[in-house]
Design a binder for this molecule. Sequence first.
Ligand code: SF4
Length: 461
Amino acid sequence: MRVTAQALYNITKCAHRVYLDANGDPKDRSEVGSFVKLLWELGLQTEREYIGTLDDVAVSFVGRPDLLLKRRDLASRFGVYGYEPIDIKAGKGWEERDGKRTKFKDHYAFQILFYRLLLERIQGASLPIGRIVNVEKQLEEFPVADFEQDFQEALAEAQRLISGQNTSEPVLGSHCQLCQWHRRCERWVTEQEDPTGLFFVGKVKFRLKEVGLTTIQDIAAMDVNQYLKPPKKIPRTGKDSLMRMKERARVRLAGKPEIRPGFSFPARTREIYFDIEDDPTRGVTYLFGLLIKEQERAPDFQYFLAKRPDDEEATVRAFWEFLRTAGEEVYYVYSHKERSTLKQLMERYDLDPAVLETYKSKEYDLYTDLIVKYSDWPTYSYGIKQIAKQIGFKWRDPDPSGANSIAWYNQYLANPTDEAPLQRILAYNEDDCLAMVAVKDYFEHVSASSHSCSPTEREGS
Ligand code: SF4
């Protein structure tokens, strides 16, 4: 039985993955995607491969931190020095809101605490802080004490899962997209009619199961009032959440999307469908893709592309200029990522904040303000790929994904004489924009044909 730092990372995302990695049938593993392969090449996921070479070594806890820093301020068994483990991460450690640090990411902290535990056994000493090098190449520090208890619990659970003492179940969600067990778990969820086949259920399913809501049929048939008071009260789940869940279960069983009335779109003659591509492993934003739709004219795809990471600043500045000089358009996006990336870039390059404020006033997030608010879909994820495919939209690329876009970008950087990967990125980005157009058109079409009907009416009918 081997517990690795990778397992401690994974357990913060999905306990079942830890179980399957140790006990799953290898035949059920899908091929590793090109993005995951890229991460391996970059040395960000080498641990599992390395540990695979230790077959004959009797060990139970194994980890390989990226760096060991020799510290003179840490007395250990070795003398008046000791070692501190540091990991290099493709993201930031501290989450921020309104410029204030809110929380250090537990998946990073758990890995550092694991290395610290291993080192403590060897050198008999450790520091009260943990540190990572983040994507901006800065050292970020967190207090170990904040995570100690949760870490010990996660470690004990990882041991039980890896040894097979505990089994666990899939919890389908957006975190599954890069997981090798994805197909297996999707199959299981479909066969079992598991509640995580519904959007936004996630780990709540364990609370649902405790009160007898074990399948999507159970949820579709539930009397919501029964689950608002003891003995079947579901902790931290109110009436609105249960009503939405019931509605989604009904939609899932019917296999057809349902659109609610009440939505509207800004009346603009110029619509811009906007999608950013970035590479978190390099900390670079390499593409701003814009599909511009003006009345009577064919849609026009324009873009700002940083062919090399060093071109990022010039590319962002050119894009800022585009934003500054644009007119009365509306920007359709499919996540909050565009505005948060623009904010980061503004801070990185000291760009005019007024431009971002104007952009924000013109932005319409189709995911948050339309899909989640005004519709239900028979799928566990409301990502653009799942939603657009439901309405018959097809990407030109046989394997379209943001993760693959990153892999293609790195493929191009490795051999800039071949621009085919860049063309693939551009076509993929344009199709993402066209998928947004298809989604908006679909809503307009449904609205025009008045096929909508409110869930409240249905609930009472
Ligand atoms: S596919 Fe999802 S539920 Fe299944 S093991 Fe992977 S992360 Fe967990």
